[in-house]
Design a protein around this ligand. Sequence first.
Ligand code: NI
Length: 185
Amino acid sequence: MAIRDILIIPDKRLRLKSEPVKAIDAEVRTLVADMFETMYAAPGIGLAAIQIGVPTRVVTMDLAGKEEAPQPQVFINPEIVSSSDEKSVYEEGCLSIPEYYEEVERPEKIKVTYLDLDGKTHEIEADGLLATCLQHEIDHLNGVLFLDHISKLKRDMVVKKFTKAAKKGVAPSLAKDKEPSHHIG
Ligand code: NI
């Protein structure tokens, strides 16, 4: 296992559409192990493979609270098969857009199909943090960032700051007027 570098915007690879996993082999198992190690080290509660530069439809997640035992979850080829009309708003952050948090509105409940590491198909109904996190990570697999769900004005400001910082090789200067409530991934 290894901790891998997490891609940061404006890295163009974050806009790639990831390819489905065809076979759950040793390569996929190593990828998943590396993703967990990278995610826990960050720390984050979710990670999509493309965030470590691998354009494959794999998501890792652990939504356990700080006092709880770890609850690692793997979603291979996850797909949203239905979404509720009801929306909910959640403050999101992203390991590829460090230190930036913004409220995002998404469907409150979703139904998702995916494969586990044994290749078994599952269908789950998700709400709350799981629904938010799954939508955020599945967006990554499609080259979509949570920035795409906020106003263009805010998005342009954030992208500009990160682009400028990347050129200088420093951390972007973001206004920190509030404590982050949730790191998503
Ligand atoms: Ni993210």
